[in-house]
Ligand binder design. Structure first.
Ligand code: SF4
Length: 304
């Protein structure tokens, strides 16, 4: 399978023990069949402990106190990698924080915003996002349409002669939408979703009565981060429109996501200031809470 990646993709390197929101904490880790077979054949003390730490019809690691992966060492390193190398990881751990969108004859692989290092790379990238759809492969009619529409959306979002607010408004108009949401309703909607981390609840609770004016989208410092954020959401989610042709729903999801993250950032601006690092952390949290739960995605896609 041909695999293509965005321009910033190869900048990523896991921060491991330097990471403050380690993905080995708080997530259920399912083990694929091939890796399970490998673990079953591992004739060492570690192999025995790995097998004792797995349960369920869909095999997964039994998390330790604090929802930690049982093989995450106190120093923040992975015991399985330290002893057996990266090839011994299950597919989920190998892939994370990457995601793949499969098309008929190739796949696009991106970095997910849920990882703090990936989020930093994505949102700080000065160059416009680009990815080359291979031109020597056959695309279905629906895929040809998708990539044409996506390029047009990227063009609107990457028009740096316009402020990011104008770009968002223009994209909204193209799809019969408005770049304007009720903060109270948005907070209620997101609070109704499945939750991973209670600090996300606190963020949304605080925001409910906040008077969001959209000033954050005028801030020079955040023009590129919001552009990259919106382009990322398009890159990650627009592809599903190939199945039903419903582009407006995905565009609404992109705009709503940026609006909510913008409102959270402006809240911090109003109480003393918001840094690029804070914006990145809000985007990371949003992605963890929303993009890794199909149930949550389905609710939000239906919220247009
Ligand atoms: S969140 Fe990202 S940087 Fe942190 S441990 Fe996971 S993959 Fe590595």
């Amino acid at each position: 399978m041909i695999e293509v990646t965005p321009n910033y993709y190869h900048k990523f390197k896991c921060m491991a023990d330097k990471c403050t929101h380690n993905c080995c904490i708080g997530w259920e880790i399912d083990i694929d069949e091939d890796t399970m077979q490998f673990y079953n054949s591992l004739d060492t003390q570690l192999g025995k402990r790995i097998r004792e730490s797995i349960e369920g019809d869909v095999p997964h690691f039994i998390l330790s106190d604090g929802d930690r992966c049982p093989f995450l060492k106190e120093n923040g390193l992975c015991e399985i990698i330290c002893e057996c190398g990266e090839d011994a990881l299950c597919d989920i751990c190998t892939l994370h924080p990457r995601f793949r969108n499969f098309y008929s004859s190739f796949a696009e692989t991106g970095l997910g915003l849920c990882c703090e290092e990936a989020a930093r790379i994505i949102l700080s990238e000065e160059n416009k996002f680009s990815i080359e759809v291979p031109d020597d492969i056959d695309l279905s009619d629906e895929e040809t349409e998708l990539f044409g529409i996506r390029q047009r959306i990227f063009g609107i979002l990457q028009d740096r002669d316009e402020s990011i607010k104008n770009r968002f408004s223009r994209l909204a108009r193209e799809y019969g939408l408005e770049f304007e949401y009720s903060i109270d309703k948005l907070c209620k909607l997101y609070l109704s979703l499945e939750r991973l981390d209670e600090s996300w609840t606190d963020e949304l609770d605080r925001l409910q009565s906040f008077n969001f004016e959209g000033r954050i989208f005028d801030d020079e410092e955040f023009q590129i981060p919001f552009e990259q954020m919106a382009v990322y959401f398009v890159f990650r989610h627009l592809g599903d429109a190939v199945w039903d042709g419903d582009y407006a729903t995905r565009v609404n999801f992109v705009l709503m996501s940026c609006y909510l993250i913008g409102a959270l950032a402006e809240y911090y601006l109003s109480i003393g200031g918001v840094s690029f690092e804070k914006l990145t952390d809000l985007a990371r949290m949003y992605s963890s809470e929303v993009e890794y739960s199909q149930e949550n995605i389905d609710v939000l896609m239906g919220a247009g």
